[in-house]
Design a protein around this ligand. Structure first.
Ligand code: C2E
Ligand code: CA
Ligand code: CA
Length: 641
């Protein structure tokens, strides 16, 4: 049914294109009419008969009327239906053809002399034949015209009955079907090529639409947005601004991972529908892959954009009902305005994206409008990133080691590797400044592997019972081949896996991924141990402790020193230490700066301590010296003993 109407639609368009060919050359109509009028008038003048002159006058009027109507009726005007165009043309063409034939017939009958007869009859026959080629777009018209010109002349020939005219009549009878067949063939070829052109145009349009549409939501996709944005920017009226909203759904990854992609897609769809509903009719709403959406809307001023953003927040936060379940998904929004924040599409998008980044950093469900300080921060980050790449090559980075001490015996059990950057101009840069940049740029993988190798090489020179702790970023762990990087480092440094401990933070488990699980299980199978770092600052979920084989938990230094320390923190340390004892995990207290703190955490049950009280992080030769001193005093004690 659908296919049939589809084909009919094509047929209609093909027919119209063909009818258009009837109207394409009005000059040929005019020349034909002029020719008819001139030769008709000559014949009328010579024959000098009222009936004949009447026919010629009528004939001339029809010719002129045809030229006028053809120039007035445009096939481009859709108000002129195909049928109407055909009818007008048919009426004119048929009457003109018949009158031409009739004048030809009358000329033969009046017999004014061979020259005039040749002029009129030859002209009429040529017209009949020529027109069937010209009007092949409509075989009925072409054939009808041919028959109507031929028939009166043919009858006249037979009526007169002279041998040459009878032969002419026979010739006409033979020519007519031949011409009809030619017309038919030309028509067929025309039809097919028009249909083919129509089809490929339709396909091209369809492909373009597909290429610009997001399959999940049916919204415009990135490519489509680029296209539409440029168009929208070209005709922004005066006193109007454009706002680009860049949205990122909060916690969407969790929904996808926990509930599956089908539910994920339904959530995306629902969000797409809501966005379309809130935003003005002429706004461009696009999905940017993943859980990101972009909206470009005309606005009156900044406040208008703020209103729209808060409406979006309110509406997206409404719970979604999914088969009886309720799901709440919010969004973070970054906004950039045209012309204030950028006058070209690229800048606008870049700044909206940057604003979104800040919205996410500030906590979820926030809107951030772009401001220029964001670009300055970005510039600083870019600078650090470029310098960091060079720094690895130029040996400006080094690894320092901070001891982790047994609180019972005071002996160094482990050294934690902490990276340092000695920048030729900026001086010593702290990891907190450049590790996030390395994470953002993906450089962390290279940097992390380098750190592990260097640290492991130093550790290989220490006494066997002293272990090495290395900090790993979540991104480093999720990178492909992460465990291989660690194994290679161990092999290169010739360090036994049992002597390596990897410190990870809880942020690693936020989006519980298979990659993380695999990484931890592969390495622990070979004897590498894991420590849970900064415990107490993040989610502090006991679920992770239960799920993964941690041999150590490091209580964050905010529990030991700082404004929040008090009875509560002490109780927490005590509880964690208790848990450690039960589960056979070492509990490290970080940030010990004073002897009182050391005493307190030991009292609370912590087995290990780390902090400036024992030592700051020191270069590898000093770390080796600390160990050597320990051995020396052991030796001395043994001698005394
Ligand atoms: P973290 O793993 O918690 O490392 C301990 C941080 O506390 C170190 O800062 C250390 O110098 C500092 N610290 C140690 N004792 C005390 C103390 O008694 N008082 C105070 N106030 N601070 C103390 P650092 O070296 O600046 O490192 C900061 C963070 O950077 C580290 O925190 C770690 O998360 C990250 N980081 C350091 N090195 C690396 C690395 O090689 N790879 C990765 N991925 N991250 C690293
Ligand atoms: Ca650490
Ligand atoms: Ca820590």
């Amino acid at each position: 049914m659908d296919r049939k109407t589809g084909r009919d639609a094509i047929n209609d368009r093909v027919r119209r294109t063909l009818v258009r060919t009837l109207y394409t050359q009005p000059t040929s109509l005019a020349i034909g009419a002029l020719n008819g009028v001139v030769s008709g008038s000559i014949a009328a003048y010579i024959i000098d008969d009222l009936l004949f002159t009447g026919f010629v006058v009528l004939f001339s009027l029809v010719g002129i009327a045809r030229v006028i109507t053809a120039s007035m009726l445009s096939p481009d005007n859709t108000a002129n239906t195909t049928r109407k165009l055909e009818l007008f043309y048919e009426a004119g063409a048929f009457s003109y053809a018949f009158l031409y034939g009739a004048i030809g017939a009358l000329t033969l009958l009046y017999h004014p002399g061979s020259a005039v007869e040749i002029l009129i009859v030859a002209n009429a026959l040529c017209y009949g034949i020529g027109v069937s080629a010209r009007n092949a777009g409509s075989p009925i018209i072409a054939n009808g015209q041919l028959v109507l010109t031929f028939l009166p002349i043919l009858i006249a020939c037979l009526v007169i009955g002279s041998l040459p005219l009878v032969v002419l009549a026979v010739t006409m009878v033979l020519v007519a079907p031949a011409m009809a067949s030619i017309t038919h063939n030309v028509h067929q070829v025309l039809r097919e090529s028009i249909a083919a052109a129509e089809n490929s145009e339709r396909m091209a349009k369809k492909m373009e639409t597909l290429a610009h549409t997001d399959v999940v939501t049916g919204l415009t996709n990135r490519a489509g947005l680029n296209h539409l944005l440029v168009e929208a920017m070209m005709d922004v009226p005066q006193d109007t601004m454009l706002a680009m909203f860049w949205l990122d759904l909060d916690r969407f990854k969790e929904v996808n991972d926990l509930l599956g992609h089908q539910i994920g897609d339904r959530v995306l769809n629902e969000m797409a529908v809501r966005l379309r509903d809130i935003m003005p009719e002429d706004a461009i709403v696009a999905r940017f892959g993943g859980d990101e959406f972009t909206v470009v809307a005309k606005i009156d001023d900044r406040r208008h954009a703020e209103r729209l953003a808060s409406e979006v927040h309110a509406d997206l936060m409404r719970p979604i009902r999914l088969d009886g379940d309720r799901l709440e998904v919010g969004a973070s929004i970054g906004v950039a305005l045209l012309p204030d924040d950028g006058t070209d599409a690229d800048t606008l998008m870049q700044n909206a994206d940057l604003a979104l980044y800040h919205a996410k950093v500030n906590g979820r469900k926030q809107t951030q409008f772009y401001d220029s300080s964001m670009s300055r921060n970005l510039a600083r980050k870019r600078e650090i990133e470029a310098e960091l790449r060079a720094a690895i090559q130029k040996d400006e980075l080094s690894i320092f080691f901070q001891p982790i001490v047994d609180l019972e015996t005071g002996r160094i059990k482990t050294f934690e590797a902490l990276v340092r950057w000695f920048h030729p101009e900026k001086g010593e840069l702290r990891p907190d400044e450049f590790i996030p940049v390395a994470e953002d740029s993906g450089l962390i993988v290279t940097l992390g592997n380098w750190i592990t190798v260097q640290a492991a090489k130093a550790a290989a020179k220490w006494p066997e019972e002293v272990t090495l702790a290395v900090n790993l970023s979540p991104l480093q762990i999720k990178a492909p081949g992460a465990s291989l990087g660690i194994f290679n480092a161990l092999r290169e440094a010739k360090l036994a896996p049992e002597r390596l401990e990897l410190e990870v933070t809880e942020s690693l488990f936020v989006d519980d991924s298979e990659a993380t699980e695999l990484f931890i299980s592969e390495l622990s199978a070979k004897g590498v141990r894991f420590a849970l770092d900064d415990f107490g600052t993040g989610y502090s979920s006991l679920a992770y402790i239960q799920k993964y084989p941690f041999s150590k938990v490091k209580i964050d230094r905010s529990f030991v020193s700082g404004p929040d320390v008090g009875k509560k923190t002490e109780a927490i340390i005590r509880a964690v230490a208790e848990m450690g004892a039960q589960l056979d995990m070492s509990i490290v207290a970080e940030g010990l700066e004073e002897i009182e703190q050391v005493k307190a955490v030991r009292e609370a049950g912590c087995t290990l301590g780390q902090g400036y009280y024992f030592s700051r992080a020191v270069p590898d030769y000093l770390a080796a010296m600390l160990l050597a001193q320990e051995r020396e005093s052991d030796e001395a004690l043994r001698k005394v003993g």
